[in-house]
Design a protein around this ligand. Structure first.
Ligand code: ZN
Length: 305
């Protein structure tokens, strides 16, 4: 069960005393292992050589910084075949060799760095009582990424521009951890093929519609499944919708123009009919002829346009 304890590893270290001050709390800690292990040959030794003191930063208490004063021992390796004659005992769950921060403090800084980045992470850490610079935070992120770099099973492949229109590279992303894992100097099929050959175990590769990447993936590992990535699927959908809407808009505009021309033609035909009617009836409207034909049937009054 993962329980939170005052000390990082109670089985490996023992708290002797606490020295509080206004700005710092110092925990004086002794190592507890009776026969530590040689880091080179993994043999245990009981021959103490000397003592040393390490001071490392630990997680703060309510914003007050905490220092561990580690009183450690050096031992002689009792394996005559080992090249390591003297070694300092290790505390892998407390602090790494030569590190200045405890493992759990570094883990907290990594979490902050991954969540909000370098500058913002340093500001947030300062508010929480953790003193760290943005550069240190970014360095911790890079080290964490390298430490956890194992061959992924699902990756994404896409190109990026070193200089738009001139030179392009290839970005490889671990889609399960959502982290970039490598950059290739170009976007050639042979380069991608060589990378995949050097990293067996990849099961699925998502890519764009590029035939170059398709060839590279097939050459590198023919058993790898290739799928179109979500961004390019949405891009395809958007382009298809744009074409459909553009075509329908053109058809609607064409039909509207056809109706306009038809109404103009009907109006012209009506005007022409009225003109012909007026010419035909004009003699009947003249005064002399109207009197002579007063007894005949009179045409109805004509409304001229
Ligand atoms: Zn040894």
């Amino acid at each position: 069960m993962n329980t939170v304890t005052l000390l990082a590893d109670p089985e490996a270290i023992r708290l002797d005393c606490i020295h509080p001050s206004l700005e710092t709390i110092t925990l004086v800690v002794q190592t507890a292992a009776a026969r530590p292990m040689c880091p080179r040959c993994q043999r245990r030794s009981s021959r103490a050589h000397s003592r040393c003191v390490r001071r490392v930063a630990d997680l703060p208490w309510h914003g007050v910084s905490v220092k561990l004063e580690l009183h450690m021992r050096r031992f002689r390796c009792q394996n005559s075949l080992c090249t390591q004659r003297i070694f300092c005992e290790r505390l892998p769950r407390v602090v790494a060799h030569y590190a200045r921060k405890t493992v759990r403090l570094n883990a907290a800084l990594e979490l902050i760095g991954f969540a909000v980045g370098g500058e913002a992470g340093a500001r947030l850490a300062r508010e929480l009582g953790l003193t760290v610079s943005p550069d240190t935070l970014l360095r911790r992120l890079r080290q964490a990424s390298q430490k956890e770099s194992t061959t992924p099973s699902v990756i994404g492949v896409d190109d990026f521009a070193f200089r738009r229109g001139r030179r392009y590279g290839t970005l490889l992303v671990d889609l399960e951890r959502r982290l970039p894992i490598d950059l290739l100097p170009d976007r050639e099929a042979s380069t991608l093929s060589a990378w995949l050959s050097a990293h067996p175990g990849i099961k699925i590769v998502t890519r764009d519609r590029s035939k170059t990447y398709a060839c590279g993936i097939t050459e590198g590992n023919s058993s790898t499944a290739q799928v179109a990535d979500r961004w390019h699927l949405l891009k395809n959908l958007r382009e298809a919708l744009e074409k459909l809407l553009k075509r329908q808009l053109q058809q609607k505009r064409y039909r509207s123009e056809q109706r306009s021309w038809a109404s103009i033609a009907e109006e012209t035909e009506a005007n022409s009919y009225l003109e012909r009617s007026r010419v035909r009836l004009l003699p009947h409207l003249l005064p002399g002829k109207s009197q002579r034909r007063s007894n005949s049937i009179r045409p109805p009054p004509l409304k001229l346009p």
